[in-house]
Design a binder for this molecule. Structure first.
Ligand SMILES: [Mg+2]
Length: 353
């Protein structure tokens, strides 16, 4: 018997998120990104919030997400019960199979509302231990080596113990040395976003190992699983699949080629799908890093509650923004502060205060 207040209205709006500095990866440079903010409101006026960060690389845009969202939100209003998450997830997947970011936005908002209704933080609803959340890395985009070193010092002063460097250029070695010199003690991870050939990755591994890199993310193009496997067998540190492992269904294909998979709500389409992706990776003996796109805190807050399930965390997407209409879970020296969340995901709109 459902005794919880029903969802009576929903809404979505486009939000523009300017970055503090241009963010460059091997795929290009971004100065501003657009998300879709979603609100679901129950009959007592409680609001659950989420956001979607559609990525052209995965065939989604703010426009395509904007077209899918009214259809998805209509389904949520029809189901009405924010606790009917199995039914909601199935309905969303059927209505917009290609719009993972839009589905993720709705999924996060509904989970936020359901947890707010019971007065619990989302991680409690999921039965997770907040103390198990690993610290997040902080991403340094591609820039001149000196500029990357300066950003590194800034991030270290802010207390972040783990850095993730974007690579995929002809000056990668100089960039890694500059960052390593600026942060001799920091944990360094690198992400080439598929830019290297397997041979380049294997050659680069020599100086990456000298710089004591913890792991290497997506060294070769997404579809080159044979190359990914060859790199994994040849390099002395773990290799992670991000673009090569979009959903749980991809895990069996990459299981022999990598050590770690990167799970993102925006790739797999929601909280339940992310849990399935994480569990499938673990069942295949792989570690998991929970990651994000450049996103509003409205959606990163949702991902933070899955951090206790993962071995690695990379949820810094909103830290790269100059402004964000929402706030979410705070990081203390990189530590995801789930215990400070009173109810729901912890996402809130800044103009409420
Ligand atoms: Mg990546």
């Amino acid at each position: 018997m459902n005794t919880h207040p029903r969802i009576v209205s929903t809404g979505t709006e486009r939000i523009s998120l300017p970055l503090a500095t241009a963010f460059r990866t091997s795929r290009g440079s971004t100065q501003t990104t657009e998300n879709r903010l979603v609100r679901v409101t129950d009959e007592d006026g409680r609001i659950g919030r989420g956001a979607g960060a559609p990525l052209a690389y995965y065939g989604e845009t703010t426009a395509s997400a904007g077209e899918a969202l009214p259809v998805l939100l209509e389904a949520v209003e029809r189901i009405g019960d924010p606790h009917a998450q199995q039914a909601i997830a199935a309905d969303l997947a059927a209505r917009a199979p290609e719009e993972a970011a839009a589905r993720a936005a709705v999924s996060i908002a509904v989970h936020d509302l359901a947890a707010r209704q019971t007065g619990e933080p989302l991680y409690r609803r999921l039965g997770l231990d907040p103390e198990r959340a690993p610290p997040t890395s902080y991403t340094i985009g591609i820039a001149d080596p000196g500029e990357m070193a300066a950003r590194t010092r800034h991030v270290r002063e802010a207390g972040y113990p783990i850095l993730k460097l974007k690579l995929g250029t002809d000056r990668d070695r100089a960039r890694v040395s500059a960052v390593r010199e600026a942060a001799p003690e920091a944990t360094l991870r690198v992400d080439a976003n598929g830019d290297w050939t397997p041979q380049e990755a294997i050659e680069n591994a020599e100086w990456l190992a000298e710089a004591n890199v913890e792991f290497l993310e997506q060294p070769v193009p997404a579809t080159d699983l044979e190359g990914l496997c060859r790199v994994s067998e040849s390099v002395p540190f773990p290799v992670a699949a991000d673009e090569s492992c979009v959903t749980a269904e991809d895990v069996p294909r990459v299981a022999d080629a990598v050590d770690i998979v990167v799970v993102k709500l925006m790739k797999c389409g929601g909280v339940r799908a992310a849990r399935r992706h994480i569990a499938t990776a673990h069942a295949h003996g792989l570690d998991v890093m929970i990651g994000c796109m450049i996103e509003s805190d409205a959606s990163i807050a949702g991902a933070c509650h899955l951090a206790p399930l993962c071995e690695y965390v990379d949820l810094d997407g909103s830290l790269l923004l100059a402004s964000d209409p929402c706030s979410g879970v705070e990081f203390r020296g990189g530590q995801v502060d789930l215990e400070a969340v009173a109810a729901g995901t912890g996402a809130r709109e800044n103009d409420e205060w």
